[in-house]
Write a protein that binds this ligand. Structure first.
Ligand code: ARG
Length: 282
């Protein structure tokens, strides 16, 4: 190979980025509130404003639609204030649906409510799980591999159950910081082979695994992680993430992505943001 052109290559973006349209499932925060505390972000003594939550959620839904995505909605259930966090409702890969089984009794009823939506919407390959798992909050697909969180919510035994059901390699990752209790609060998938994550949220062994598989990953600092900057959705080009994650927004631009800052402050009171509100059906 001739050795010329190196400098030029370094200036050229690695890959031309393209957006892939996704089919997404969301749940209107009609009954949103913080009435219990199951993660360090939730303080039931702090007032919430359902109207603001609805407005911010609607802006996110409209943004998805304007970017060419299809958004389905599941009917919210009164008494399930966290149901807005659709990511936790199930895990969908290749049209197969692994139901969610929640760690806390406050959210238990969400599992059947979401599975029911799938049964009524033409999905035939549904599995009611044996082990606790909180859906796409802890399961993220990167290309033809799945990353799976454990440590706070999803039982590590669920990882083998998911691997057997989906027939895709599942890599387990252990979360260690209670503020980042789901995988999607500490790691986001950017494309079929790229991720961004906050290393300090993971055990030393899991950090080493991530370095091994994704040596070029975008790394988040403590400040970006603290504003939930990793709770992002990417279609391969557009990356929707909390607007306060300014460090990540800069780094994503450098990599040729189109980061779009979103304001979901009301839902952050429950410990959720962009990705938590989004169940990827694609
Ligand atoms: N209050 C919810 C809980 O603690 C927030 C869930 C956020 N969802 C997520 N995919 N990270 O369960």
């Amino acid at each position: 190979m001739p050795s010329t052109g190196t400098a030029l290559q370094e200036q050229t973006p690695r890959t031309p980025r393209t957006a892939t349209p996704h089919r997404l499932l969301m749940c209107r925060p009609q009954y949103f509130d913080v009435t219990y505390s199951i993660n360090p972000w939730m303080n039931p003594d702090k007032p919430t404003d359902t109207a603001t939550a609805l407005l911010q959620w609607e802006q996110l839904r409209e943004l998805y639609v304007s970017l060419g995505h299809t958004v389905e909605v599941v009917e919210p259930v009164e008494g399930l204030p966290d149901m807005v966090f659709a990511a936790n409702g199930a895990t969908v890969v290749d049209g197969k649906v692994l139901g969610a089984r929640f760690r806390h009794r406050e959210r238990t009823a969400e599992g059947p409510a979401y599975l029911d939506w799938f049964a009524r919407n033409g999905y035939r390959d549904l599995l009611w799980p044996e082990h606790i798992n909180e859906g796409e909050g802890d399961y993220l697909r990167v290309g033809r591999r799945m990353l799976a969180g454990t440590g706070f919510r999803t039982d590590a035994r669920s990882h083998a159950e998911a691997q057997e059901f989906f027939g895709l390699p599942v890599t387990g990752l252990t979360l260690v910081d209670p503020a980042f209790y789901h995988l999607d609060t500490a790691l986001a998938v950017l494309s079929a082979d790229e991720i961004m994550y906050y290393p300090q949220a993971f055990s030393p062994g899991s950090r080493a695994v991530l370095r091994e598989i994704f040596p070029d990953a975008v790394l988040a600092d403590a400040q970006d992680a603290a504003v939930f900057g990793l709770n992002a959705f990417s279609d391969g080009l557009n990356v929707l993430l909390p607007q306060a994650a300014t460090g990540l927004i800069g780094r994503l631009k450098e990599r040729g992505f189109n980061p779009i800052g979103v304001s979901l402050g009301e839902l952050l009171k429950a410990g959720g943001s962009v990705k938590c509100c989004t169940l990827d059906l694609s």
